[in-house]
Design a protein around this ligand. Structure first.
Ligand code: IDP
Ligand code: MG
Length: 152
């Protein structure tokens, strides 16, 4: 079953939106398989965003995501990567669609509340940076048969 890596950024934690954001993924029918509150080290943040190393906003981005605690999560479900990207919305929160997390709660391109892996390849790189295998929990959801899509 597909899994994706998601992180509520420091602005989401400081603005007390952790529960609200988690609820968006829960109500869609995704399954939570990993969850932690922590503060990223500069090194971890730089690794997570290594593809942006050459971008002008890189050092500001690392400073921002290390400025306070974040909530890191792993969500599971058929097509979880693309579904979560649609739920969070476009990168620039100011122009993200209403109904998305960024569209409903943000105004900024940097402080856009949440990170989510953009492809299964990104999940394979990002998830192990923040979670070890024994921090991911295997279990069945009681409502799985009522969500209409079985394991693929
Ligand atoms: P994504 O989070 O939607 O995948 P990316 O392009 O991968 O967007 O950028 C990673 C993060 O870097 C964004 O979520 C945002 O916090 C920050 N960022 C992206 N573009 C800019 C920019 O032009 N200025 C400042 N920060 C940016
Ligand atoms: Mg990205």
């Amino acid at each position: 079953m597909e899994r994706t890596f998601v992180m509520i950024k420091p602005d989401g934690v400081q603005r007390r939106l952790v529960g609200t954001i988690i609820a968006r993924f829960e109500r869609k029918g995704l399954k939570l398989v990993g969850l932690k509150l922590l503060r990223l080290t500069e090194e971890k943040a730089a690794q997570l965003y290594s593809i942006h190393r050459e971008r002008p906003f890189f050092s500001e981005l690392v400073r921002f995501v290390t400025s306070g605690p974040v909530v890191v999560m792993v969500w599971e479900g058929p097509g979880a990567v693309a579904i979560v990207r649609r739920i969070i919305g476009a990168t620039d929160a100011a122009s993200a669609e209403p109904g998305t997390v960024r569209g409903d709660f943000g105004l900024s391109v940097q402080m856009n509340l949440v990170h989510a892996s953009d492809s299964p390849m990104s999940v394979a790189r990002e998830l192990p940076l923040l979670f070890s295998q024994d921090e991911l929990v295997d279990y069945e959801m009681a409502d799985a048969e009522w969500l209409g899509r079985s394991d693929e």
